[in-house]
Design a protein around this ligand. Sequence first.
Ligand code: NAP
Length: 247
Amino acid sequence: MKFSGKNVLITGASKSIGAEIAKVLAEYGLKVWINYRSRPELADALKQEIESEGGKAATICFDATDEAAFVEAIALIVESDGELAYLVNNAGVTNDKLALRMKTEDFVNVIDANLKSCFIGCREALKVMSKQRMGSVVNIASIVGERGNAGQTNYAASKGGMIAMSKSFAYEGASRNVRFNCVTPGFIQTDMTEVLKDEIKEYYIQNIPLGRFGHAKEIAQSVAFLLSDSSSYITGEVLKVNGGLYM
Ligand code: NAP
């Protein structure tokens, strides 16, 4: 795959899916900006791993829900590299409980963490990428944003919102050659799914046509495709990476 741009910012990239995205994009020759908000040691170790393989990486600390910090981070990257070619809005959280027991603040906090942070990133990227007349953004939504899930009304609303919002950004960015797409992972083996009860994991494995959970690298490869020149005529799309669980 070819990339016309040179760098990428990945939010929540110090571990799990974000870290795999950083590794894969570095293998394709991009300079990766690894965002983290806690555990700097993980971000530093990832940077070193990428550099030891001959890749280019930098770490950048900010909370993606903090508008001023996110805006400042993008300005710093543009000042440092002269561009921001690609953005992956990957940072996300869950706070699962049945709706009848969910407090409004449980709902709003997940919307802020997942949807608001993604909005800030998309808007700031669009400003920079419009001037460049090129850029590509991939938002990591979820299968849950497509089909809903008991116990996840907050998370489903945030991820469904990301999908609709990405399509709206795709309309606004198209005339400037700025593309916005989503990847919707199914069940991927990470810390986020590790906490699920064994019976829930077993239920899903039995219902996934490909018969297994996905690997973070499989999400990363899809992200690379949607950022790259190989998908230059694709915008406003939602790429399901779920082993066939939801077609
Ligand atoms: P994870 O292992 O929990 O990692 C999430 C990362 O996001 C963590 O590094 C976390 O940092 C970071 N993060 C969260 N909020 C942040 C914020 N406000 N600012 C900066 N960083 C923040 O989750 P994952 O499984 O890799 O998930 C990555 C993305 O894929 C998420 O958007 C998730 O919703 C989506 N997804 C995952 C699955 C799955 O099966 N795993 C399925 C569908 C969608 P801290 O360590 O500091 O909290």
